[in-house]
Design a protein around this ligand. Structure first.
Ligand SMILES: Nc1ncnc2c1ncn2[C@@H]1O[C@H](COP(=O)(O)OP(=O)(O)O)[C@@H](O)[C@H]1O
Ligand SMILES: O=c1[nH]cc([C@@H]2O[C@H](COP(=O)(O)O)[C@@H](O)[C@H]2O)c(=O)[nH]1
Length: 369
């Protein structure tokens, strides 16, 4: 009689984390390991479980950890006037840095998983359905039924320039070290972890500590200048930090107007433990570190339709390149610049034109500049 609820609880735990061990299930449910084994055998007989989630090395996913937001854009129809009601056009899309990266990776054909927090509202359901339709494994994500999804609301003026944006992302405080610990098996099965700085500081510190002790390679992608406060001081263990110039200035605590200033700031960060850094500089291009120095790569010249998501497409293509075992950062940035250019020419946050073939056509001029 009492067996059914326990079995269902166990099933939900396995659905949330297909990599969970029998011992972890036993500990979390207060059952003996043999009782857990019995329930699992019964679920397998019922074909509700098809086997354990072991994966072969070449199928290891890239795991993105961070935000999946509902993005709202409001664009005024005439020059913006403060302190009054402005006629505007509104649009809504799926966003969030980690989610955007995951969708780009899925379009590139990489096995991709996303660890995020979703609420119980219609927006959360839409975010989950959209991600699953793109082929992103959402099974490890946290469901918080009483909460609303994260939202990002940007006000653009009539020319399309962002006037201000508001980030309501309290939900991601729940992506705590304890939550990440509960997803340790899924994380350790990944080819690469790409985490955004929507995560709480302690959670970022946990990912760094694990990467430091020989875990999965870790890439951190910055989100905004205020959220640079979530990047720990100790960066040992971090393979790559991707951030824009303004975010680097926030970390350095000073303006960085010249290349020499950017180089000095990158060397400081490397002395704090990060192996490599990519500094994106908008329409101009990107710097990436090489031993003791920086390498500059200009951005593609394109007719910009919408800048949203260009930085995330860049980061995704870089992670994709690294996860294929190609450690060449110049090559990774060439792929990133190509992905960003495709995104800029699309009104969508993630360009439908993105594919592995579209990136493969990116030529890299390493050593010729
Ligand atoms: N106006 C633009 N023209 C050409 N490329 C751009 C433009 N804006 C962004 N990019 C591309 O997108 C990348 C990321 O943009 P950037 O503004 O530096 O970061 P973020 O959007 O993450 O703040 C750049 O490195 C560049 O390749
Ligand atoms: O604090 C945050 N602000 C903004 C984002 C996300 O960043 C993307 C916009 O980035 P950009 O305009 O820089 O491309 C949006 O999808 C938005 O949801 C985020 O994850 N966290």
């Amino acid at each position: 009689m009492s067996e059914l609820p326990k079995k269902e609880q166990l099933y939900e735990l396995i659905r949330a984390n297909p990599f969970i061990s029998q011992q972890e299930l036993a500990d979390q449910m207060g059952l003996s390991r043999s009782a857990v084994a019995g329930h699992i055998a019964s679920l397998i007989r019922e074909r509700r479980l098809l086997g354990r989630a072991y994966v072969l090395p070449d199928e290891r996913p890239i795991l993105c950890i961070g935000a999946a937001n509902l993005d709202r854009k409001l664009r005024t129809l005439a020059p913006l006037q403060m302190g009054t009601s402005n006629p505007a056009g509104a649009s809504e899309t799926c966003g969030g840095v980690a989610r955007n990266i995951a969708e780009n990776l899925a379009r590139l054909g990489a096995p991709t998983a996303l660890l995020t927090a979703l609420g119980g509202d219609a927006a959360s359901q839409a975010l989950q359905a959209h991600a699953e339709a793109a082929g992103i494994d959402m099974s490890g994500s946290l469901k918080l039924h009483g909460m609303a999804s994260g939202t990002y609301t940007a006000v653009l003026d009539a020319g399309g320039e962002m006037v201000l944006a508001l980030a309501d992302m309290a939900l991601y405080e729940q992506l705590s070290p304890a939550f990440l610990a509960s997803r340790a098996p899924q994380r350790s099965a990944a080819a690469l972890v790409a985490a955004d700085l929507n995560l709480p500081l302690d959670s970022v510190a946990l990912l760094l500590a694990e990467a430091r002790s020989g875990g999965v390679p870790l890439v951190i992608v910055a989100v905004s200048q205020p959220k640079m406060a979530r990047l720990p001081l100790d960066l040992r263990g971090l393979q790559l930090l991707i951030l824009n110039r303004g975010e680097l200035e926030t970390r350095a605590g000073r303006a960085l107007p010249t290349e020499a200033d950017v180089r000095a700031a990158c060397l400081e960060l490397q002395s704090q433990g990060v192996q490599d850094i990519i500094v994106t500089c908008g329409a101009a291009g990107v710097y990436h570190t090489i031993p003791g120095d920086l390498h500059w790569m200009p951005a593609h010249e394109v007719d910009v339709v919408d800048v949203t998501g260009a930085g995330d497409a860049f980061a995704a293509a870089v992670c994709w390149s690294l996860a294929q075992g190609d450690a060449d950062l110049t090559q990774a940035c060439a792929r990133g610049l190509q992905a960003a250019a495709l995104t800029l020419q699309s009104p969508h946050t993630v360009s439908p034109a993105l594919s592995a073939d579209a990136i493969a056509s990116a030529v890299h001029h390493a050593g010729q500049e």
